[in-house]
Design a protein around this ligand. Sequence first.
Ligand code: SF4
Length: 939
Amino acid sequence: MTLVKTSRDSGLKRRRFLVGAGVTAGAGALACHLPLNVIQPATAADPVPARPTTEVKHTVCSHCSVGCSVEAVVSNGVWIRQEAAFDSPINMGAHCAKGASVREHGFGEHRLRYPMKLVNGKYERITWDQAVNEIGDRLLKLREQSGPDALMVIGSSKHSNEQSYLLRKWVSMWGSNNCDHQARICHSTTVAGVAQTYGYGAMTNSFNDLHYSKAVLFIGSNPAEAHPISMLHFLHAKELGAKMIVVDPRFTRTARFAHHYVRIRPGTDIAFVWGMLWHIFNNGWEDKEYIAARTYGMDDVRKEVAKWTPDKVSDVTGVPEASVRMAAEMLATNKPSSVVWCMGITQHHVGTANVRALSILQLALGNIGVRGGGANIYRGHDNVQGATDVGPNGESLPGYYGIAEGAWKHFATVWGVDYDWVKSRFGSKELMEKPGITVSRWFDAVLEDNQYVDQPTNLRAVFYWGHAPNSQTRLPDMKAAMQKLDFMVVIDPYPSMTAAMHGRSDGVYLLPAASQFETQGSVTASNRSIQWRERVIQPLFECKTDHEIMYLFAKKLGFGEQLVKNIKVVNNEPVIEDILREINRSCWTIGYTGCSPERLKLHMEHKRDFNPTTMRAESGPCKGDYYGLPWPCWGTPEMKHPGTPILYDLHKPVAEGGLPFRANWGVEHNGEPLLAADGSFTKDSEIDTGYPEFDHVFLKKLGWWAELTPEEQVQAEGKNWKTDLSGGIIRVAIAHGCAPYGNARARCNVWNFPDPVPTHREPLVTPRRDLVAKYPTYDDKAAFWRLPTLYKSVQAVDFSKDYPLIMTSGRLVEYEGGGEETRSNPWLAELQQNMFCEVNPEDAAQIGVKLGEFMWVETPTGARLKLMAMVTPRVPVGLVWMPFHFGGWWMGEDLEKHYPEGGAPAVRGEAVNTGWTYGYDAVTMMQETKVSLCRLVRA
Ligand code: SF4
């Protein structure tokens, strides 16, 4: 095998030369050519030649949310080597292929090098000044003509917490909620589903906590490829005897380790989970005490589950009764047991309902809030959790504060600006409080007739700020929208497929952003641990950090001063530590307040002191803390809260990481109590029953108000624990052993959702037409996230005769996300050089295609994808599987010539999303990427 050739392989690269030549060889060669009269005898003042300065920078892998540490060895500003951080409690010296090759980003063979503009179909170099002024002028004109909502800003789950926060602030001060990022299309359904059930939208335990599990159900999750180092922790549990159940339509690399593998028909997860619960309830395996004390609405679930008798479950899911029962028994009788899910669960038009069914399953078994249990939701990008927590979400300000007037006032105070000034930036107060357009649908907001778009104008410009377009479905529609825009801007270390797919001859700008290794800041792993990344190298070429670019544009657009009111700026770069301190002062809701830059840096420096099973520091300056202060890390940094390693764990005091379920929905519903039962409370709590969230009134009623300092009382008056900027209410509540957010029951019935109890609904594009009438989808919606959204009218069309195969998609170990970065990395590109489609031998025989031959995958949208056949029994008859990281081809054509010179990734291929069909979750607008139909044609 030879290394994949890149278009920039010829010629000696400056950095490689510096490293490869070395000082000694260079000095020797130079000495030969010195004239004799400059050669002087050595003196004591100059004993040895200067040696390069070598230092180790501590950073975090940029390719998934496991959060593996990387030790980058830097010599004279050149990144020369990397080590896998043996003292990190997360990766303990291990890396997968992606993590082991991150140093390549420090060389940037395929990176954007300077700002560019598309002129007559060719990218031309421009200066930063020209770029900021020209784009800025166009934005100001757009704003004047159509208002601020004519712009869509698609942010990144790869931005640090500070950059994500600053981008949400930037969009707010521009005057819009039209911002979004990757989480919309990977785990928005998880966030909504678990938050509405338990209280917070995040993984409950940690990868390390799996050491305690006695059984784990992996459903719609393939961590052996998607989160490889997380498997280190699970396999440790397996060695100790933990049972492993894998539910997936495809026999994955994870399934290979399973004690029990269940092959399920895609899109039938709720029926399967209810099938498991049917056996659990029928055998009395549920935790009755836990259900009675800590849940609301389980009886409604029992009624729905009773309908899912084994015969019905088998008919709908394709799983034999014995197999469903075995999965249920393994999980229920080997406790504590954990459930792990990923995009096989979330990326469906019923994604939020899927998530809730699994959340309920864990409540029925009493597995939430216990060591070795939990709902463990592995996220995909390095900071997708953090960007969700504090970043550019169209329905919320940082910290899940929402966008109602109170939330805007809270942030206006924190930002040091007038609420009325912020309001004046928006088209109207109504638009200020209306959720924005999502990344999954932005192109519909360009193409749709304006009378159906729930804002004054269509979108006219888009910023793709660190986001891959090929990670979104319906690419032909996106391409049509790109052509209709006034202009679009790509801000990214790599050109991304956006640069090549649009088919325009002008109106496209490419701005080179620094990578994660060329800046510093904090990043939140999937388990809520926050890690500090040091800057490894200075930005390459003419790249700038994202926060500098935000500041430059804010200055040009007239709100530079407001953007950084409380933040120092050095050489146009807002100081990252100051941004984090602003997050610390504002995001009380999720406890991003105790994690000061100083505490996070100390954790990174003393990783070795943390126990890899408990994640707690056993010695050293962080003693007692949990690694990365997993949020909520309550109160001010001075309170020294240790972080919360397991959510909703009653066994510890709140001050030491314990928590009940959150009281977020009132005290009762339909006459049933929503607060926890008597006797259900966190260790050492002075209130021994359920209680509501803390505010100034409750504190006074309890007689605890006097425990606030006089200064705190001034700030806390009229406020609750989320809006009291002194942090006093939180401090006093925790001093009495109570959770600031109250002590409630988890909700099995979420009455404000389309399906209060999750209900199986057939996929929109399904081969089982016989089930459509019995399990229909939702009615079409007129205005949902500002757009009409179709359900029944899509499902009404029968595509199954012309497109007989089920199509699904997933992740590979070699690549990540849209894949542009990793497919530009020659070490990874070497490993997986072709886009392919897995097809069962029987289906391959039908069209006469053999392993390695090309074939067309045709879908109901009219799209055709040319890909290599991977003939394998991993997939069942009637189903094909494709990875989603490829891009750079368009229905058979290689787009290489459309990229800026030298910027095309080393490996290109068809994007599976070119062919994907319509479908969106009924709560979050998550796109459907796991069930559709296609047919195969030999190429
Ligand atoms: Fe670790 Fe994920 Fe990076 Fe692999 S991609 S090294 S599992 S953080």
